[in-house]
Ligand binder design. Sequence first.
Ligand code: GLU
Length: 484
Amino acid sequence: MKPVRVRFAPSPTGHLHVGGARTALFNYLFARHHDGTFVLRIEDTDTERNTEESLQGILEGLAWLGLTWDEGPYHQSQRLDVYREHLQRLLEAGRAYPCFCTPEELDAMRAEQRARGEATGYNGRCFHLSEEERQAKLDAGIPRAYRFRVEREGETVIDDLIRGKVVFHNSVLDDFVIVKSDGMPTYQFAVVVDDALMGITHVIRGEEHLSNTPKQMQLYDALGYEPPQFAHIPLILAPDRSKLSKRHGAVWVGQFRDQGYLPEAFINYLALLGWAYDDKTEIFSRDELIRYFELEKVSRNGAVFDYKKLQWMNGVYLRELSLEEFVERSLPYLRGIVPDEMSEQERERLARILSLLQTRVSTLGELPAQVEYFYSDEVTFDPKAVRKFFTRDYVPALFDKLLAEFVSLAPFTEERIEPIFHRLRDEFELKLGDVIQPVRVAVTGSTVSPPMYETLALLGRAKTCERLRRAAAYIKQMPAESAQ
Ligand code: GLU
């Protein structure tokens, strides 16, 4: 087998989408598995839709995921001479011709085809111009695109590494544009020229490109290039099996980063979108993915993007981090909540807080809400929690008693705090949870937090007492109706 050369060829018309990231990953894994070369090529010939911001987003996404390339990035916009030269070759061989049809004429042609109940496609009008007519139009400088003259006889068979033999009837093809009137090559043309010149051995890409492949095969043939092997990977579907889109949740890689997914967990999850090692193993390190990845094990069926499973997987990775690492990776998500500069003591306190949370969150983005009350001066009470717990008639007395105990409690540790709660439970004849929950709302603002005694100890005596007092005052001024 020739040394493997694969490429990821994004068009910078949007940030890195999960589908693009999965394509990049499969190419990367395939290249690394075979000690091959992974090329990055930016397909930026659609000048109207390209943006610099999209390009940056794609590069950042790849960097975050650690999908490093060996060659490139090549930019198609800097290779226009190469495409021009190839157009010339096709013109000379009679496989390309200028097309002077205006957009209006093309629209009218399609409307007529539809009216006659025919499939729409270019009718070859400019192919049939006489040499003199063509030359006259060229001389007059009439804007023109260039079309490829397709072979409409017979069929094109693609031996796809994932989908097996796929047969296309050439009769469904029409003479498609290869160079637009602005002089830019179209995707179909540039992709073939580049894959051929860059020595790409395997084109691994999304299934949505399968129907482009017969056109591209004809171009390889017309240019005298050997086509690469193709591997079309299954579409990514939403949980309801429709096309995954932003109404289902995050779809851009940057969004997952911002929500606090770890790149290694995200990579692991992406790898399972269409590929499996066996029917049970789900957690794979990057090295394992490289070792095990094979195109033969990629499925033909659409892969469902399961947000819940990704979340679960991220939790698995979070819990595997050492505490030190967990703190380090949490810090970017806690900006503005914890001080930028921390003394050793402050850092230790943060580590203790985070040690309580490491097993309780599945994304780092959940941390701010859970860390904030340790640092803020005041907590905001969740109205639902207030209605449920502050309206109970024993609560003011409970807070009074707790305060009386806490003001002199030293050291203020969980070992000393716990028995007080037990005593009050007996005294008030309550369940422990009914003692704890109102206190939790008072000090954290909500009904969810790490274990109460540790939380109080970490919060410290002064803050705990102050919050209990504030909650007591809040309850006093609550309008009577909220007590119903
Ligand atoms: N630029 C194309 C895209 O982003 C690449 C398709 C291909 O891999 O051939 O979809």
